[in-house]
Design a binder for this molecule. Structure first.
Ligand code: C2E
Ligand code: MG
Ligand code: MG
Length: 531
């Protein structure tokens, strides 16, 4: 460009005197022409130079904007790691490089455990700080020839080349990552510099066992990461083909549940609760069962965690509680029902209103309802839990602390919330005969309850011989297989009819059923058939 300008200016300088001379004749002296040409030359040079620098600046500006756009397109703005799109391309290129060097690639999918709690409780500044620091530690821990990406939220991916004969290299890296992430992180000054702690669950897959297919590699690492979560978090798991069938089973359950909730396939079963001193039936714990047309009857241990993960728990719980209230409304008015509320439901600020709405719509008295919550609920958001429980208690609903002894068993929690009762976890009661420790724990919880004025329920009484001892140490109420397995609504009605506890309400319901046609739901039909 500069050369072109100079050439143009030089040519103009030599040709110009000739041209001017031809037009103005001898009146124009050669000296004047030379000066004019020189000035013109200088003007042209300056003009050319300025144009050139402007162009140069424009190009540089475009280039840097382009670079910036490129960087933004491949990086995560918060942490500076690669983003989801870029890690795919980077891993594909590592796989190609590894193949040339007779090596392979490890892909590690990493998800932070309980990160949501930090965001919810400590705020988003603290959450961002954790993400930035975790990213820094991951980058600092990875070996050469590696990439780190943030895929979104609290999900990261790390990938690197390793010698396929030495998978222990990958294990070491995964262990280092777990150790580094779990070290305390200084929180933001706005939170009083309180330290924050997170842990990571990692899933690992290797490209050579996935036919070097990028999609398969990433999916397998993801599946393995969920296995790490399932096996207790803060750990890593290699992908194992058996995990894939577990995922397929889980997907089948999940899609079956989506349809099943609407079809009324989730029904309440009733476990008797007994006054231990008199042996009188005082109520029932409501336990959800899924009558899946395809898979048979499914226990809550399988479907509750899936309902919690997928956000279906609110609808599922509402439909089971509504049915339980409708079933129990007409039973003897002395009989109570206890329903389980999941920790996920306690994150819903409208939970109390939803339960009260069910009470109003079914006409079930609040005084006959008890809700059971576990201690883990309280860690997530104590303020919200207090407000929900406060609202329910104002309506006359009672609240029990379920599975006490398995979690943190914190006195602070017992004092912070107005519980009406503590339920000792069944694992201690069932093992009382064999284990001195279990007996001691049950006794200690009973003493704790007595000192706080809280009645105690012992769950999991399988052996009738324990009843006298439990009564003696102060457990007023009990439940367990000794008194009977959880029953369907029809079995429960038969039991109540035998004991003359079916109540006037049931008789009235029967009479009204003869007066007007009632469209029965699928589960009611099944219950009526005694299935
Ligand atoms: P949980 O609330 O502790 O319920 C008691 C569990 O102990 C029930 O298991 C019951 O069948 C079992 N059980 C009762 N007596 C005995 C006994 O003597 N020995 C033994 N070994 N077990 C006994 P289930 O029905 O399988 O329920 C398991 C858990 O699922 C429940 O534990 C509860 O946490 C949850 N769950 C059940 N229904 C619901 C529901 O509607 N909503 C929510 N959020 N959770 C539910
Ligand atoms: Mg319970
Ligand atoms: Mg329990």
């Amino acid at each position: 460009m500069t050369a072109a300008i100079l050439m143009f200016v030089g040519t103009a300088g030599s040709v110009l005197p000739d041209v001017i001379g031809r037009y103005y004749g001898a009146a124009v002296s050669p000296d004047n022409i030379a000066v004019t040409a020189l000035l013109l030359n200088i003007a042209l040079i300056i003009f050319g130079w300025r144009r050139y620098s402007a162009l140069h600046r424009e190009i540089a500006h475009h280039k840097s904007a382009e670079e910036q756009a490129k960087t933004l397109a491949v990086t995560d703005p918060l942490t500076g790691c690669l983003n989801r799109r870029a890690i795919g391309e980077a891993t594909a290129s590592l796989i190609a490089q590894a193949a040339r060097r007779d090596m392979t690639v490890a892909y590690l999918m990493l998800d932070l455990d309980n990160f949501k709690n930090i965001n919810d409780i400590q705020g988003h500044d603290a959450g961002d700080k954790v993400l930035v620091e975790v990213a820094r530690r991951l980058k600092g821990t990875m070996p050469p020839n590696s990439h780190v990406a943030r895929l979104g939220g609290d999900e990261f991916a790390c990938t690197f080349i390793f010698d396929a004969d030495f998978p222990e290299t990958v294990q070491r890296v995964a262990e280092d990552l777990i150790e580094q992430v779990s070290k305390p992180i200084a929180g933001p000054a706005s939170n009083g510099d309180a330290e924050l702690t997170v842990t990571a669950s990692i899933g690992v897959a290797r490209a050579d066992l996935c036919d070097n297919s990028l999609d398969v590699l990433m999916r397998r690492a993801d599946i393995a990461m969920y296995a790490s979560k399932k096996h207790g978090r803060n750990r890593y798991c290699w992908f194992d083909p058996r995990m894939e069938s577990e995922v397929q089973f889980r997907n089948k359950i999940e899609s079956g549940m989506r349809i099943g909730i609407g079809r009324g396939e989730f029904v309440p079963f009733y476990e008797q609760q007994i006054d231990l001193a008199t042996g009188t039936l005082i109520g029932f714990e409501v336990l959800a069962r899924w009558n899946s047309p395809e898979l048979g009857q499914i226990a809550p241990d399988i479907f509750i965690p899936i309902a919690e993960d997928t956000g279906m728990i609110g609808d599922l719980s509402a439909c089971v509680i509504r049915q339980a209230m409708e079933d129990a409304r007409g039973w003897d008015q002395s009989l109570t029902i206890s329903v389980n509320i999941s920790p996920v439901q306690l994150r819903d600020p409208w939970l109390a209103q939803k339960i009260v709405k069910l009470l109003v719509e079914t006409g079930f008295p609040a005084s006959r309802l008890e809700i059971e919550i576990t201690e883990s609920c309280l860690f997530e958001n104590m303020g919200l839990a207090q407000s929900i429980i406060g609202s329910l208690k104002n309506q006359g609903v009672r609240v029990a602390l379920d599975d006490f002894g398995t979690g943190y068993s914190s006195l602070a929690h017992l004092r912070a919330l107005p519980f009406d009762r503590i339920k000792i976890d069944r694992s201690f009661v069932t093992s009382m005969n064999e284990s001195k420790e279990s007996r001691a724990i049950v006794q200690t919880i009973a003493m704790l309850g007595a000192s706080m004025g809280l009645p105690i329920t012992a769950e999991g009484i399988e052996d009738g011989d324990l009843i006298a001892h439990l009564t003696e140490i102060g457990c007023a109420k009990g439940q367990g297989f000794h008194f009977g397995q959880p029953l369907s609504v029809e079995q429960t009605r038969r039991l109540l009819a035998d004991r003359n506890l079916l109540g006037l309400g049931w008789a009235q319901q029967q009479t009204s059923a003869q007066d007007e046609p009632v469209i029965m739901t699928e589960p009611q039909l099944r219950a009526a058939r005694g299935e």
